[in-house]
Design a protein around this ligand. Structure first.
Ligand SMILES: [Fe+2]
Ligand SMILES: [Fe+2]
Length: 396
């Protein structure tokens, strides 16, 4: 829940941690804790910046994610709180506006401590209405290793009401964390485990640009709640399997996210999309228009999200039928679709989940067989590709 700023008038000493928090890490948390302890702060408010004046806006992760990570990081600490005020504000975020807003909620005698890094402190004179800012807040400046003269402090003189926060130097940088994630290196113990999990779940920092979050936003808007959850489940399972079997994690993630992107289209929309993309309305679609969703899904992946990679496109295209000689990513998506954590339980589900992590082909055979048995039991027509897939795997 968003922190209720009206609470601020109860406190005499309030800390503010500003920053992009892209992502938040133990350096931020340790600084906030040191300040809280030393200055007896009742609350430290973490305020992820919206569009900061000093950084390239488009290189920044969506505010929603940065805020969620902050929330996860401070969970359980009664003295820490998070505010969306800068994220929700239109236009460029200026500290002066934030300080005025916070001040408006505080009591007359309340004292405000703005916790900033030495690097940010050096930029203070360039801030909007810099002369007024010291009337609104005191500063606690974090020393930073290797910053100029070795004192850890900037060469620019600090404002009068700035104090150096005495704390152990933690050499953790968000830039470094993003680099490590991009290169598939561990970031454990640099930031809270819940935040690491969140980063992996949403594929943050993995792709250059913002593709995964962008795709997720699209899905959230275009899929039913149930399908969105299913998709996130497939994504989670497929990511896990890709790590186990050494598949390309990026490609697997995109295929998993987009596999059902066309599934919630109405029959009329599906037929229209078939027309648009020149997909021949096959005989079998007449039985069930839903059978077109993998093909249309692959078209949307290419058309809307610029996916050109054939491994990704084929994993989407064949995720319901399978086919002879499937690639690793195709197998992963096919199996993950069936065993993702939000699936309604069915006989053998737990066993298939176990097998999938040990022997992917065997899991695939079981899933194919059970699908084929189901189609037969419904007296529906078997897709020849499914039969071919099973035969191929069984070597006959
Ligand atoms: Fe599907
Ligand atoms: Fe699915």
């Amino acid at each position: 829940m968003e922190y209720d700023l009206r609470n601020l008038n109860k406190f005499d000493r309030i800390g503010i941690m500003g920053g992009t928090f892209d992502p938040i890490h133990f350096g931020h948390l340790a600084a906030a804790e040191a300040a809280r302890e030393k200055y007896g702060l009742s609350v430290v408010l973490f305020i992820p910046s919206g569009i900061p004046p000093h950084k390239e806006a488009n290189s920044l992760t969506d505010g929603k994610h940065r805020y969620n990570m902050v929330r996860l990081a401070i969970r359980g600490n009664p003295h820490f709180a998070a505010s969306r005020m800068e994220i929700d504000r239109d236009g460029v975020s200026y500290t002066i506006d934030t300080l005025r807003e916070i001040r408006s909620f505080m009591s007359e005698k309340g004292r405000l401590y703005f916790i900033i890094g030495a690097d940010t402190a050096a930029l203070l004179p360039s801030w909007k209405e810099f002369e007024v800012i010291p009337e609104l807040t005191d500063f606690l400046v974090l020393p930073r290793h290797g910053y100029d003269t070795g004192s850890g402090l900037p060469e620019t003189p600090l404002p009068k009401n700035a104090e150096i926060l005495d704390m152990p130097l933690l050499e953790i940088s968000a830039t470094d964390i993003r680099e490590r994630i991009k290169n598939h290196k561990s970031v454990n113990y640099l930031l809270p485990a819940a935040v690491v999990k969140y980063i992996h779940t949403f594929g943050l920092y993995v792709l250059s640009g913002q593709s995964l979050p962008e795709i997720m936003d699209y899905l959230e808007k275009n899929l039913s709640k149930k399908r969105y959850l299913h998709t996130m489940g497939v994504y989670e399972t497929a990511s896990k399997l890709s790590r186990i079997y050494g598949a390309d994690e990026k490609k697997t993630a995109i295929a998993a996210l987009l596999h059902d992107c066309a599934k919630d289209m109405l029959p009329a929309e599906t037929l229209k999309a078939c027309d648009k993309y020149g997909v021949k309305s096959q005989e079998i679609f007449k039985e069930s228009v839903g059978l077109a969703h993998p093909i249309i899904g692959a078209k949307i992946a290419a058309d809307k999200f610029g996916v050109r990679d054939h491994e990704i496109l084929n994993a989407i295209k064949y995720h319901t039928t399978g086919r002879k000689n499937m690639t690793l990513i195709e197998k992963i998506i096919y199996v993950a679709d069936r065993i993702e954590p939000y699936r309604e339980p069915f006989t053998e589900l737990d066993r298939i989940r176990e097998i999938a992590e040990i022997n992917l082909d065997q899991a695939l055979i079981i899933v194919l067989k059970s699908k084929i048995a189901y189609v037969k039991s419904q007296n529906k027509r078997l897709h020849p590709l499914s039969v071919a897939a099973l035969r191929f795997l069984q070597g006959n």
